[in-house]
Every structure is written in C-alpha cells, then in structure tokens.
Design a protein around this ligand. Structure first.
Ligand SMILES: Nc1ncnc2c1ncn2[C@@H]1O[C@H](COP(=O)(O)OP(=O)(O)OP(=O)(O)O)[C@@H](O)[C@H]1O
Ligand SMILES: [Mg+2]
Length: 465
C-alpha cells in the first residue's frame, strides 16, 4: 500500500521540520507549504489524505485554507494547529468543519493519537466528518428559552416572577452580569397576557445620550440634522407589550428625568413631534449594580428609582446557587449535543471538579460558553479537563501566582497571550529558548512578541538571555 500523503502548512520553519520528521517516522509521506496560498496550490496539484495547517499564517490563514479545501473536497480530514491560549481559534475551526485540532505545544504522543483518530475513524478520506454545525445564530432566535434551576432561592424568585407576570407593575431585576436578567424578563413577558404583544429591549449603556433619546422616543423627520426620516421610538414599538430597559443605571440624568415623565404621564413626545402618543406599556428594567447605592451617590434619581423598584427581583450569582451547576452542566450538554449533532454523555469527575472550583464571574453566560466549547471540542463521550480549556496548567499557574488569572473572562486574546508568555518566562527564569519551546513557538516569534511588549510598556517585561 502506498504511504498516505500528508500536507503540512505552517509558516514557522521549525514547526514544519518537526512535523515532517515525526510524520516520516510514523511512515507517512509529507508535503510542506509555508503559507495558506502555497498550501492550497499544492493541495490542488496533489490532493493529500490529511491536511495539517497552522491557524495563523500570513497571506492565507489556516481557517481560510480550511474553507477553500472544504469547498473543493468536502471530506478530506483537516487538522488545525492553534497556539495554547487562542482557544477561540480552535473553536472557530471546528465550527467551520475542521476534523480535529492540535494545541501547541504538543508531544509526539499527542500527534500519534491524533493520526490514529483521524485515520482509524475515517479510514482516510471516508465521509466521517460531521456536517459543520450551523454556527452562531441559534441562540438569538432560540425560542425554547428554558430557565434551568434546582436552587431554592432561584425557585422562589421565579415564583414571584410568575405571580407578578399578569400585572402591569414595573419590575426591576438586579443581578451580576450573565445571571439571566434578560431571560427572566422574557419569562415574565411570556407568562403575561401581553405575550402576543411586542417585547422590545433597549440597552441603555450602549448609546450616547442623544441617540438613546431618539432610540427610546423616536423623532420626526427633520427634527435634527441627520433625522432624514421619521423614526419610531422603542416605546412606541413596544406599545401594548413590554419594554426592557437594560442596564438602566447607565442612563444619563437628563434622560432619567424624561423617562420619569413618560412613566408618570403614560405618554411620549416624539422628538420634534406635536401630539403626545398615549402609552400602555409594561416596563422591566435591569441593573447589574446596586441601584439604591447609585441613588445614595446621587447618580440615579430617587423618584425614578422608586417608580422602577415596584417589584424588585434579585438573581443570585451562580456561585451562590447551590445545586445549579450540576443541572446546568447537564442541560448545556444536551442543548449543544442537539445543536452540534454530537452525543456527549457527561463529564469526567476531574472536569466537574474544575468547573466547581471556578469562580464564574461571568455566571451562566460564562458557563454556557465554556460548555459550548467543551461539547464542540470533546473527543470522548465524557467531557475532560482538556475540553474545558479552563486549562489546568493555566489555572494552577494562576493559583501559584497571586496577581493574575490568565483566562479571566473579558480579557482579550492578546492580553492572555502576553500573560502566558510572561508567566512562562518566569518559570524558565528568563530562558527564552526554553520558554519558546514550552510555548511551541519559535525563538524568533517569542523575540518579536517581547519587542512588541517592550515598545508598549518598556518596564514590564523582564530581561532575557
Ligand atoms: N437559569 C438558566 N438556565 C438556562 N440558561 C440560562 C439561565 N440563566 C441564564 N441563561 C443563559 O445565559 C445567558 C445569559 O443570560 P442573560 O442574557 O439573560 O443574562 P443577563 O443577566 O441579562 O446578562 P448581562 O448582565 O450580561 O446582560 C443566556 O444565553 C441565557 O439563555
Ligand atoms: Mg442582559
């Protein structure tokens, strides 16, 4: 039998050479390309039985190459190499149809395992690759929005929500980011007699004051420069239904006064309009800060606060919802299984321990993202620590080091990368060659990165060898 041909596409020469040697040793034929364009050309000349491509390359990225190769040959196994710390790349690649991924740095054993998986499951070019899942959109249009909980505090809160749903009273939902405030607002709407009327959400923090005003109240054509057409405000659009004023604390004082008037009078004046428009509307507001404190500090009008705070609902953070982590994990596995056509059964005890020890600053949203990634990346029937990408290495590094958590939500990938590099250098006592090896990048790349950091913050990167 002819040895199988593997196309390796990587812009780093060291990586190409290392892969070539390892693959030769394992009995494969290897073709090398230094960037995506060259890779695509070579693939066309001589179709490979496996493509292994780095994610980040000049000219054409691994992802673009993957897409082009998929158009041409839907079923050839395609493995993406991504750097540890750029998890989202792996996720993205799996979504557009990569067969598998390798996280740099990887060992020879990892590579062997990968080849076995690819060639044994798929017998080369067999169509064993699942259709790429429909990416993205589902969550927005997901109508089966369940509120999952087994926690007494949450059940009590939902009980109140259900009881007040029928009334027209204003509800103020308070909770940390990602605790389900919008979900609960929609739950109230869905269980009210306004459920067939609009539910309109306005994020008060997203727009500058003047835009927010016309967003809320609308404007007549020509009422200000740029108002070229008549615009309906969100209040008007939500009439007879529910308006969600998201992140109300961020609203500017001048606009707070206008909002108060609208709530008192039950009518709105369109900017530049003549006739006030009568309103029959239910208001739900959310805040992730303590609104009473904002009132004390003089940042939020007390009269508006009292008007909004008729029915206060507090959503506890995930870490205070005893019992919920378990049921949410099971729920998200089921949800993402069906979205991605996978059949993950559960989670290993170690992975569960990792999830339990996480802080969940981003609450259920963060858990949902972690689980989406894990289900997508899982190769066994149970989700492992590796799939969580709350990377134990990073976690333990962070634990040993009081001042940072590499994987804190909200950090940019480049920030995480920088931290990882700094941390690795610390652990090698500044030895760049060893650090580069550990990180799976060339010494040249590491040097470039360090120079970059040095020019932005000259004092913060240690001296190396
Ligand atoms: N109890 C729950 N069961 C299932 N999914 C949940 C639950 N709570 C929240 N979610 C999901 O978590 C995500 C975040 O929820 P949501 O947008 O309602 O939070 P939020 O409090 O409005 O967040 P933010 O403050 O960031 O706006 C959503 O995708 C939502 O469907
Ligand atoms: Mg929200």
């Amino acid at each position: 039998m002819e040895p199988k041909n593997i196309l390796v596409v990587d812009d780093e020469e060291e990586m190409r050479i290392a892969l070539k040697e390892a693959l030769h040793r394992a009995g494969y034929q290897v073709t090398l390309a230094g960037d995506g364009e060259e890779g695509y050309r070579l693939f066309n000349q001589n179709p490979a039985e496996l493509v292994i491509a780095d994610m980040r390359m000049p000219k054409m990225s691994g992802l673009e190459l993957l897409q082009q190769v998929r158009e041409k040959s839907g079923s050839v196994p395609f493995v993406i190499i991504t750097a540890y710390g750029s998890v989202d790349d792996a996720v993205e690649a799996m979504k557009v149809g990569a067969t598998d991924y390798l996280l740099k740095p990887f060992s020879a054993d990892t590579l062997d395992d990968l080849l076995r998986r690819v060639f044994e499951n798929g017998a080369g070019a067999a169509p064993s690759i699942p259709a790429p899942p429909r990416p993205g959109k589902e969550r927005a249009g997901d109508t089966s929005r369940h509120i999952i909980t087994s926690n007494e505090k949450m059940k009590h809160t939902l009980d109140i929500a259900l009881r007040v749903a029928q009334s027209k009273s204003t509800v103020l939902i308070h909770g940390e980011s990602g605790t389900g405030k919008e979900l609960v607002a929609r739950f109230i709407h869905a269980n009210s007699d306004r459920s067939d009327k609009p539910f309109i959400a306005v994020n008060c923090a997203a727009l500058p004051e003047t835009l927010l005003e016309s967003e809320l109240f609308g404007h007549e054509k020509g009422s200000f420069t740029g108002a070229v057409v008549r615009k309906y405000g969100k209040f008007e659009l939500a009439n007879h239904g529910v308006i969600l004023l998201d992140e109300i604390t961020e609203m500017d004082p001048a606009l707070q006064a206008k909002l108060l008037r609208v709530l008192q009078e039950n009518e709105i004046d369109r900017v530049g309009g003549r006739e006030p428009i009568p309103l029959d509307i239910r208001v739900i507001a959310t805040t992730n800060r303590d609104l009473s404190k904002a009132v004390e500090e003089g940042k939020f009008r007390d009269d508006l606060y009292f008007r909004l705070n008729v029915i206060p609902l507090h959503l506890p953070p995930l870490r205070e919802r005893e019992g919920d982590l378990e049921v949410l994990i099971a729920y998200f596995i089921k949800k993402f299984n069906s979205m991605m056509g996978k059949a993950i059964k559960g989670i290993t005890p170690e992975a569960e321990k990792t999830l339990k020890s996480n802080e969940w600053k981003g609450n259920i949203r963060e858990l949902e993202n972690v689980m989406e990634r894990a289900v997508l990346l899982a190769r066994e029937e149970n989700i492992t620590n590796d799939d969580l990408m709350l990377v134990p290495q990073a976690a333990s590094l962070a634990r040993n080091d009081a001042h940072a958590d590499i994987t804190e939500p909200g950090r940019t990938v480049s920030e995480m990368e920088r931290r990882l590099i700094e941390r690795t250098l610390q652990s090698t006592q500044g030895n760049r060659t060893r650090a580069a090896h550990m990180l799976g990048v060339s010494i040249r790349t590491l040097r470039n990165k360090l120079n970059e950091y040095k020019s932005s913050h000259p004092e913060s990167v240690g001296q190396g060898n």
